[in-house]
Design a protein around this ligand. Structure first.
Ligand code: UFG
Length: 337
């Protein structure tokens, strides 16, 4: 019996595959390499000493999905595949709706046809929109401020409807806060294609000497130092949350959602300071206007994940920065095939 990981060569997917293999699961992966590289599979093998069965496939391709379920005894799916850039989603909403929502519908249809009814879904704290208070709890109202966020919200609702329509389904939606860091080996990490949008890969560009300075998007927020506050979480802690959620979908039916964060916020300036300490490098900063669509403060109340899944984040901001920098040192030009 195997776990199918969709988008398993991406940043969070690859770290989750490592944790699955180390926990003794048999793993089947598919990815279309839209935002990842084939060498990630070799890196996973170097870390774990184990191989996964891999398909280069797109979840919108029903016949490819059918083949994967026909050729393997899959009994649960961890679903990461999807487009994930907020700004791009505003420019290309149809691509986001077609790929993320359309692809998930195809995946679920093929799961149902194969009798596979357990899923852990990669959701996002973006489903809380701009909440009135923090920390964010799972029972807060949900809303979307861009097409990417809308796809996460709609997919969560589709999965909830599927669970209502067939009580044999079990789905756990994990609402991630801000994943950063890299595997402690430095073999896998975050290597986005093109110009990165998220703060950590942008800091790494400065540390690598490719960019002169990090832009700080606003220092006039209502926060202690004026810069945006986020709940950064080490990607290995996040990957381990998927193992806990996987155990949950084997034991409990129906739809659930969980916040996956550390439960405390750090400002942009605090993150940059921590990175400077970890790397021994000064990171020059330039203050810019606020980025449209950004909220001031986001951090999780992770109590539900602790109580129900028995999971909590263990690694610190310093660990996240150390491991991100280690990945940069070992891969100064990112993944090279
Ligand atoms: N920031 C900068 N400079 C940069 C990049 C970011 O100051 O060059 C700031 C942002 O303004 C924000 C913080 O750093 O305060 C984090 O920004 P990221 O882009 O790394 O992350 P976001 O919180 O904006 O977005 C993340 C995920 C999204 C998700 C969102 C809400 O990347 O997928 O959280 O959950 F939708």
């Amino acid at each position: 019996m195997s776990v199918l990981v969709t988008g398993g060569t991406g940043f969070i997917g690859s770290h989750t595959v490592v944790e699955l293999l180390e926990a003794g699961y048999d793993v089947v992966v598919f990815d279309n390499f839209y935002n990842s590289k084939p060498c990630v599979l070799d890196r996973i093998k170097q870390i774990t000493g184990k191989s996964v069965k891999f398909y280069e496939a797109d979840m919108c391709d029903a016949s490819a999905m059918k083949k994967i379920f026909a050729e393997n005894e899959i009994d649960a799916v961890i679903h990461f595949a999807g487009l994930k850039a907020v700004g791009e989603s505003v420019e290309k909403p149809l691509a986001y709706y077609k790929n993320n929502i359309g692809g998930t519908v195809v995946l679920c249809e093929e799961m149902a046809a194969a009798g596979v009814k357990r899923m852990v879904f990669s959701s996002s704290a973006t489903v809380y929109g701009d909440p009135e208070t923090v920390p964010m709890r799972e029972d807060f109202p949900t809303s979307a401020t861009n097409p990417y966020g809308e796809t996460k919200l709609v997919i969560e609702r589709i999965l909830a409807d599927v669970c209502v329509s067939d009580p044999e389904w079990s789905v756990s939606c994990l609402r991630y806060f801000n994943p950063i860091g890299a595997h402690k080996s430095g073999l896998i990490g975050e290597d986005p294609m093109g110009i990165p949008n998220n703060i950590m890969p942008r800091i790494q560009k400065v540390a690598a000497g490719e960019w002169d300075a990090i832009t700080i998007f606003g220092n006039d927020y209502d926060t202690p130092d004026g810069t945006g506050v986020r709940d950064y979480i080490h990607v290995t802690d996040l990957a381990q949350a998927h193992i806990a959620a996987l155990k949950r979908v084997y034991t409990v039916k129906g739809w659930e959602c969980f916040n996956i964060g550390c439960g405390r916020g750090y400002s942009v300036l605090e993150l940059i300071d921590a990175y400077s300490r970890a790397s021994g490098k000064e990171i020059p900063k330039v203050i810019m206007p606020r980025r449209p669509g950004d909220i001031a403060v986001s951090y999780a109340d992770p109590t539900k994940a602790k109580e129900v899944l028995g999971w909590e984040a263990k690694l610190t901001l310093d660990d996240m920065c150390r491991d991100a920098y280690n990945f940069l040192l070992k891969n100064p030009h990112g993944y090279e095939d």
